[in-house]
Design a binder for this molecule. Sequence first.
Ligand code: GLN
Length: 549
Amino acid sequence: MATKYIIFTGGVVSSVGKGVTAAAIGRLLKERGFSVTAQKLDPYINVDPGTMSPYQHGEVYVLDDGAETDLDLGHYERFIDTSLNKVCNMTTGQIYAEVIAKERRGDYLGGTIQVIPHITNEIKRRIGLAGKTTNADVVLIEVGGTVGDIESLPFLEALRQLRSDVGRENTFFVHVTWLPHIGATGELKTKPTQHSVSELRSIGISPDMIIARSDYQVEPSLCEKISIFCDVDRKAVIPMVTTKVLYEVPLLLEKAGVGELLMKRLGLEPRRKPDWTEWENLVNLEISQRPTVRIALVGKYVELHDAYMSVREALHHAALSQGVEVVIDWVHSADLEKDQGWDILEEADGILVPGGFGSRGIEGKIQAARFARQHRTPYLGLCLGMQVMVIEFARFIFKSEKANSTEFDRGTPYPVIDLMPDQRGIADMGGTMRLGLYPCNLQEGSIARRCYNKPLVYERHRHRFEFNNTFREQFKAHGMIFSGLSPDGLLVEIAELEDHPFMVATQFHPEFLSRPNRPHPLFAGFMGAAKEHARMSTEELGLVKTSTT
Ligand code: GLN
């Protein structure tokens, strides 16, 4: 069967859930027995988002092969439940770097190198690779940004050409737009959608479907109007009202007939009948009344929740599996340093310190780890969250506040976290960390081993620093267990405390492997411990905690 391409463009404004929509449509196809892959086309000039501040970009999502990618790839993996690879995120920077390298080699034999055809051909070559490397029946392609951006033009031109290269019957364009609501009249407006469709047409692309996002109910007459003005089949104008429950999106799209429509238009015969039982159960659970568990997430970029997208999702998956509702209290680690926010930690049933870089707010994170150890509050540390747990423990056992990571204090007398040997001498910042999937052996009898319930696991990494083995014996003697090690025994991948209900931290990022129907074992274990903490404190206080959000 010829590979099918479903292309997603955005209209009107960004951040209306184009990535989630694409991911959810991927699920509709997967439910019909097709293998699906997804590719994000990012128009910025960075080679990857790895060097960007989370404030600019949100989370950097890491794949098995170590590619540092856009957070939308997290949505794709969570919804479609497939492992993507590095060709699944292409940026303008990558395209130009490749074309310029070829030019310097003389590969173009004296030709003048131009956006069309050289840049567009390289884009198409990479689109082809997405299907080939994953053996997918259907490739979902999401174009970053909104139609009208100058920088996305080469991508759109390449996709326009793709339609004639592979045939109209093998491509389908979905335009995701936004209907603004006018408060004074209480109306939803379609004009911006009309404009963005005409913009798309002016570059030669006619959408086959419009997904009209809105915060308000969309009347059928409005869909009629969009259909007429934008020349899109009425059945292919899909209103999509904002839902609180993320995993409801595929169910809503299915109900709106999107699956059927795609089958017809792409000439596909479903290989099996979709079975939505699992997703319906997830959604029903999500909307059901459950006891509340409060998790304090102590980070540095907490103003921007997108910076911790996968952590947040992993907490939700774990909460569903434990039959509780998680309320995340976002704590700025720098506030703790100023004596603010401690009441939140006191109220918390669990404390989570996620990954991060640089020294701002680091002392606050170390203090949060101290609080968790002393108050026996369940603690989960991720990457930097493990490093701060180690630093805190070192300060405790060596009775010196000078213990540190050499990332933050090069001259510390107790460099308990230090640069990995193979990181020394690396000058380039981009793509040079220890990245991607590595094996980890779990120690019998540890909390980690109990959570995973198997001896060997593979997890995704993104770091330059590691536990300094010169301190291993002293730490062990004082009750820290190194429950996860690289198979050669040299790298500490998981550390936990002996005399604590749940103080577990990982050098890797388990959040990237959590799925809605398959919560990550360590997140599930953490949530279980937090649930127990909540139960105990409720009993102690003789009150029932209630959700406030
Ligand atoms: N900054 C630390 C390191 O490079 C932690 C990285 C992280 O949390 N992803 O090792």
